[in-house]
Ligand binder design. Structure first.
Ligand code: ZN
Length: 82
């Protein structure tokens, strides 16, 4: 019987075509899900200043500035004179 063999090859061909289309992406394009994670943990680059008394570096936001415009790491170094 040649009909059964023909049906068999039709089924095999259909499966092969479906597999090729799935691999090749011939179907509708899949959109990637929007709303991913945002880079909120990016390191902030802050200006570093140097204590005029002890020479230690610290962020400008944490540094203390004396009347003479020099940076200090702590009130003790800020008010120290001499
Ligand atoms: Zn200091």
């Amino acid at each position: 019987m040649a009909v059964s063999r023909l049906i068999f090859w039709l089924l095999v061909g259909g499966l092969a075509i479906s597999a090729l289309r799935r691999l090749g992406g011939d179907g509708s394009p899949r959109h990637s899900a929007s709303g991913g994670g945002s880079p909120a943990d990016a390191p902030r680059i802050e200006n570093m200043v140097r204590c005029a008394q002890c020479g230690g570096y610290l962020p400008e936001s944490e540094a203390l500035r004396g009347q003479d415009g020099r940076w200090a790491c702590c009130p003790e170094h800020q008010g120290h004179s001499g």
